[in-house]
Design a protein around this ligand. Structure first.
Ligand code: HEM
Length: 426
C-alpha cells in the first residue's frame, strides 16, 4: 500500500505518538477518532515532512482555495507513482473517468453525464426517486423483523446504495444479485487494509470482477443504444454536449465511476450518521418525531463526520506559494477535508454535533469543478435511510462503542455497527 503502509499499533510500541504526522494520517489505529490528529495538523497548515512526500493542507480556507485553483490538477496523467497507494485499485482498463481529468475533457464529460442525472436538466430523476428509495429501505428493514441485534453496515447500509444505483442505471431487477456479486469484490479492493486480510477478496478477485462487470455493462449499453428506456444508461448513450456524444468506452467508464464513487461513501454517511445519532439520542428522538429534520442532520453529518476524509489525488502543475511556503511544480497535495470541516477559524464550536447551526457550508462533497456529482442523490439516500432507521428501530442501543473501523485513510466509516434493539417496528 505504498510508503504509508500501516503498521499495527501493537507492533509499533510506545513510540507511536512520536511518529511524523504524515504517517499518523494512515495509522489506522486512530480511525475511531482522528480529530485530535487533525487539530495537530492544522497547527502546520502546509505540512511537508518527507522528501518526495505530499504537502498536506488542513485549514478550511486553504483547502477551499486549492479546490478552486486551476494550477492544481486532478488528471491521472499528472500523478506520480507514489499516488498508486490510492489510485491503483481503481485501475479499470477503461479511459480515465472525469474524476481524474482536467478541463476541457472533465467539463465535456461531466456536462453530458449531468444531462442524464440531475438538476438542472433532470430534477425529476433524483427527486422522483424518493418513493422508490423509501420502498428499498422498507424492504431492507422488513427483512430484519424479529431481530434483537443488527449490524447496520452489513444488513442495511451496505446493500442499499448498490440497489439504488442499479435501479437508476437501469439494471434489470432479476440481474441485481449478479451485479452485486461483482461490485462487492471491487469495492473491497478499494480498501487498502483489506489487502492484508487473507479472508478478504484480493486484487485478483477485484480485477476479475471488474472485467465481468465491464462486459456486462457493455452488453447493457448496446441494448440501450438499440432500445432506449427511461434510465440513466439510455440517457448517457443518447446524451449530447456541444461537442457531441460520449464514446462507448466513456459511457462505460462513467457508469463505473457512478457505481464506485457513490458506494462506500454513502454506506459510510449512513453508518456514521446512525452512530452519531446513537451518541446524541436527543437528535434521534427529534428525528423520530420530525423526519424533516433529516435534511439538517445529514448536512451537519457531512461536516462533522465526512465519509471522504481526504482528497489525495491532486498535483501542482506549477510552483505555488501558500502561507509563505513554495510548493514546487509536480508536488502531490493532500487536502484533508475532515480537518477543514472542524477548523475553528471557519466554524463556531466545531467539535460539537449541532444540526441546528445556521451555517453549514462544509467540505464533505469537496468544492469547485470536481465537487460531488452525486450529492443530490447521496443527500436523499441518507435522509430517507436515517429517518426510517429512527422511526423503525425500537429502543436502539450501541453494542460496541467505538465500533471497529475500516482500515482506509480516505474513506472513513465503521466496518460493523452492532446495535441491540427491542424489535424492528412495522
Ligand atoms: C466527487 C464525496 C456520493 C459521484 C466527489 C468528491 C467528494 C465526494 C469529496 C470530490 C473529489 C475530488 O475533488 O477529487 C461524496 C460523498 C458521498 C458521495 C461524501 C456520499 C455521502 C456520491 C454518489 C455519486 C457520486 C452517490 C454517484 C452516484 C461522484 C462523482 C464525482 C464525485 C462522479 C466526480 C466529480 C468530478 O470529478 O467532477 N464526491 N460523494 N458521489 N462524486 Fe461523490
Amino acid at each position: 500500500a505504498g510508503p504509508d503502509s500501516p503498521t499495527p499499533q501493537h507492533a509499533r510500541g510506545p513510540a507511536m505518538t512520536q511518529a511524523p504526522l504524515l504517517r499518523r494520517i494512515t495509522d489506522y489505529s486512530s480511525r475511531a477518532d482522528p480529530y485530535p490528529l487533525y487539530e495537530e495538523l492544522r497547527r502546520t497548515p502546509v505540512l511537508h515532512e518527507e522528501e518526495g512526500g505530499p504537502y498536506v493542507i488542513s485549514s478550511y480556507y486553504d483547502i477551499k482555495g486549492l479546490l478552486h485553483d486551476p494550477r492544481i490538477s486532478s488528471d491521472a496523467a499528472n500523478a506520480t507513482a507514489a499516488d498508486d497507494e490510492f489510485s491503483a485499485p481503481e485501475a479499470t482498463g477503461l479511459p480515465p473517468s472525469f474524476l481524474r481529468l482536467d478541463p476541457p475533457e472533465h467539463d465535456r464529460l461531466r456536462r453530458i453525464a449531468n444531462s442524464s442525472f440531475g438538476p438542472p436538466h433532470r430534477p425529476d430523476r433524483i427527486d422522483g426517486l424518493r418513493g422508490e428509495l423509501g420502498a428499498i429501505v422498507c424492504d431492507l428493514l422488513d427483512g430484519l423483523a424479529g431481530a434483537e441485534r443488527i449490524d447496520v453496515v452489513d444488513q442495511f447500509a451496505y446493500p442499499f446504495p448498490v440497489t439504488v444505483i442499479c435501479r437508476l442505471l437501469g439494471v434489470p431487477r432479476e440481474e441485481e444479485p449478479r451485479f452485486r456479486a461483482w461490485v462487492d469484490p471491487i469495492v473491497a479492493g478499494l480498501d487498502p487494509g483489506n489487502r492484508d486480510d487473507p479472508g478478504a477478496p484480493g486484487p485478483k478477485a477485484a480485477q476479475e470482477a471488474r472485467v465481468q462487470l465491464g462486459m456486462y455493462l457493455a452488453g447493457l449499453v448496446e441494448e440501450r443504444t438499440r432500445d432506449p428506456r427511461d434510465d440513466m444508461l439510455s440517457d448517457l448513450v443518447a446524451g449530447h454536449g456541444p461537442d457531441g456524444a460520449m464514446s462507448m468506452m466513456e459511457v462505460l467508464s462513467t457508469a463505473v465511476l457512478l457505481l464506485i464513487a457513490g458506494h462506500e461513501t454513502t454506506v459510510n454517511l449512513i453508518t456514521n450518521g446512525m452512530l452519531t445519532l446513537l451518541r446524541h439520542p436527543e437528535y434521534l428522538e427529534r428525528l423520530r418525531a420530525d423526519p424533516g429534520l433529516s435534511v439538517r442532520i445529514v448536512e451537519e453529518l457531512l461536516r462533522y463526520e465526512p465519509p471522504v476524509q481526504l482528497v489525495p489525488q491532486r498535483t501542482c502543475i506549477t510552483d505555488i506559494e501558500l502561507r509563505g511556503v513554495t510548493i514546487p511544480k509536480g508536488s502531490r497535495i493532500w487536502l484533508v477535508l475532515a480537518a477543514g470541516n472542524r477548523d475553528p477559524e471557519r466554524f463556531k464550536d466545531p467539535d460539537r454535533f449541532d444540526p441546528d447551526r445556521e451555517d453549514i457550508e462544509h467540505l464533505g462533497f469537496g468544492s469547485g469543478i470536481h465537487s460531488c456529482f452525486g450529492a443530490p442523490l447521496a443527500r436523499l439516500e441518507a435522509q430517507v435511510a436515517l429517518a426510517e432507521l429512527a422511526r423503525r428501530l425500537d429502543n436502539p442501543r450501541l453494542a460496541e462503542d467505538p465500533p471497529p473501523y475500516r482500515t482506509n485513510a480516505v474513506l472513513r466509516g465503521p466496518r460493523h455497527l452492532t446495535v441491540d434493539v427491542d424489535g424492528v417496528l412495522p
